[in-house]
Design a protein around this ligand. Structure first.
Ligand code: RUB
Ligand code: MG
Length: 414
């Protein structure tokens, strides 16, 4: 018995309910037919290699099958037994591993996955998902809001917490650390946690609303677990993880610990663009979002539907997947962030709907009258949208919004 490349291509094969089906876009190398490249994709990502193999009898065939070729799109079915239950790094070492660098293709993009229940059921999924709006904030009809202090690093602990306080009392729900703020000397983690939650309590007293804090616990996994415990002990509701830079293994371990404490996970996706920005190659944001949901994040950055300062991939489609049925797995609350300001909100919410978190950094702290006014402007724009009023109408009653609209209009920044 033996296996060769040809064994991995069968256009008559029909995937079973147990198979994980992946769609790739490939550009075969010069001199390589699409069929030859497609069979090598299935081979290298499951149990094959460049040479023909003798397998003997003591062998379970875990080979994948390319069963569909449509132009440059190929679909590959993987048997569920190939995957260790609940081990996301192992899944990615198959479906997005060596094949990303194989010479048989000039480029290869993992576009989409259809996850079978047998694989999904081994993952926890989110603890809260979009129910954070109601369960944490008691809000049902409007997007929740977050703000990240700017400059993103360098503010002292006291200054950072004060920015949070100003934003909270101005009407923002969540203070959020930026992706590269963790535990630096200018603003140590433990001090920031204590001081921010103390001012959070003051802001709650002043406004009568629930306020919370997305503190960035990203580090080596052992340190992340210590930080999760610390956040729980001090009365936080959330932790934030830079899920791509920390890695899926670290996220999975954090997810176990947050369950114990009943904490929600805010997922920042810094570095996702290394995988998904070049459309012909890598792993799509759609797949990164799918993996994030399986691993159990409650909130995930998914872009701004083409508005804002950063490149976006199909925000609306990804958000739809995050909200869709997945064998009863909890949904994920999408976070729109990156170069937003109040003038962009109507177009944004028209595209995404209101079951989202809207995050503004520069669009609040760059307000000519400061953070508190910027927060008032954001909240006013959100409330107007939910009430079915235009932001220009709302600006007649809320001077802070009028100033923001005067400064930024409805232009998207770059
Ligand atoms: O710092 C910001 C936004 O700041 P600002 O509001 O000042 O632009 C976030 O890190 C980006 O949202 C990340 O991008 P994405 O959300 O696309 O992952
Ligand atoms: Mg940031």
């Amino acid at each position: 018995m033996g296996i060769t490349y040809e064994d991995f291509l069968d256009l008559d094969y029909e995937p079973t309910d147990e198979d994980l089906v992946c769609t790739f876009r490939i550009d075969p190398a010069t001199g390589m037919s699409t069929e030859a490249a497609a069979s090598r994709v299935a081979s290298e990502s499951s149990n094959g290699t460049w040479a023909a193999l003798q397998t003997g009898a003591d062998f379970t065939d875990m080979g994948a099958t390319t069963f569909d070729i449509d132009g440059d799109l190929i679909r590959v079915a993987y048997p569920a037994g190939l995957f260790e239950p609940g081990n996301m790094p192992q899944v990615l070492s198959c479906i997005a591993g060596n094949i990303m660098g194989m010479k048989a293709v000039d480029t290869i993009r993992l576009l989409d996955c259809e996850w079978p229940e047998s694989v999904v059921s081994a993952y926890p999924g989110p603890l809260y998902g979009s129910s954070v709006r109601e369960e944490i904030f008691g809000v049902t009809d409007r997007p929740i809001t977050a703000t990240v202090p700017k400059p993103k690093v360098g503010l002292s602990t006291a200054a950072h917490a004060q920015v949070g306080y100003d934003a909270w009392v101005g009407g923002v729900d969540l203070l959020k650390d930026d992706e590269n703020l963790t535990d630096q000397a200018f603003n140590p983690f433990s001090d920031r946690l204590t001081e921010s939650l103390s001012l959070r309590d003051d802001a709650e007293d002043e406004t009568g609303e629930t306020k919370s804090y997305l503190i960035n616990v990203t580090a080596d996994t052992r340190t992340m677990l210590d930080r999760v415990d610390e956040v729980a002990a001090q009365g936080g509701e959330y932790v934030m993880v830079d899920i791509i830079t920390a890695g899926w293994a670290g996220l999975q371990t954090v997810r176990e610990r947050t369950e114990k404490h009943g904490l929600a996970i805010h997922a920042h996706r810094a570095m996702h663009a290394a995988f998904d920005r070049l459309p012909a190659h890598g792993v799509s944001m759609r797949v990164l979002a799918q993996i994030s949901r399986l691993c159990g994040v409650d909130q995930l950055h998914t872009g701004t539907a083409g508005l804002g300062k950063l490149a976006n991939e199909d925000t609306v489609g990804i958000n739809g997947w995050l909200a869709g049925d997945l064998y009863g797995t909890t949904d994920v609350l999408p976070v729109a962030s990156g170069g937003l300001h109040p003038g962009l909100l109507p177009d944004l919410l028209d595209a995404t709907g209101t079951n989202v978190c809207v995050q503004l950094g520069g669009g609040i702290h760059g307000h000519p009258d400061g953070t508190r006014s910027g927060a008032v402007a954001l909240r006013s724009a959100i409330d107007a949208y939910v009430e079915g009023r235009s932001i220009t109408e709302a600006a007649e009653e809320t001077p802070e919004l009028a100033v923001a609209l005067d400064k930024w209009g409805t232009e998207t920044p770059r």
